[in-house]
Design a protein. Sequence first.
Length: 188
Amino acid sequence: MAFTAAGCLALFMILCISQAYSHVEQKIHPVMKGPYTSSIEELQTKIKYQFKDKSLLAKTMTHASFSLDNNAVLNILGSEIIEAAISFHYLSKNSTISKGDLTSQKAKISNCSALSKDAFDLQLNELIRVAPKVDPKAQIIVCGCYRALFGAIGVDAKSLDVAREKFWIRQGRNNIKNVQKHFPQQDL
């Protein structure tokens, strides 16, 4: 399988983040106790993925306004994974798709407005930790958390494919029917 520059960058980031976490003793993050735990468990059920490293999931739910140990890097990785997943999906279904159509689909599916819809469905706005004056319902905050979630899945699973698969499972619930309206001749 040929890797794109974005795919190589995402794989490199997964390996670097995995290496950074490999020496960390696995402890439950302080926020991962009490009622928050049941919400986190529900989230894992919804995304059909159980995190091995719960501290990585806690980091995913931490905005930069709340802590220096936050989801910013996972957000970047998640964004790359999502865009690579979209590109791979469309190219594997239609190798003659034009650059313009592929770019259009990536923009349509990976923009903050589209991603935040699923993030709200997952109730990430109720899980993300932000500073007191920051709105956890702000689209950009929820979207960043959503992207970080797929970055964290990639790191936790040490696999781009697992993160890509979990993304499409979520998108299958939300976007495939909408995309098929625009490209009915393609088997999605």
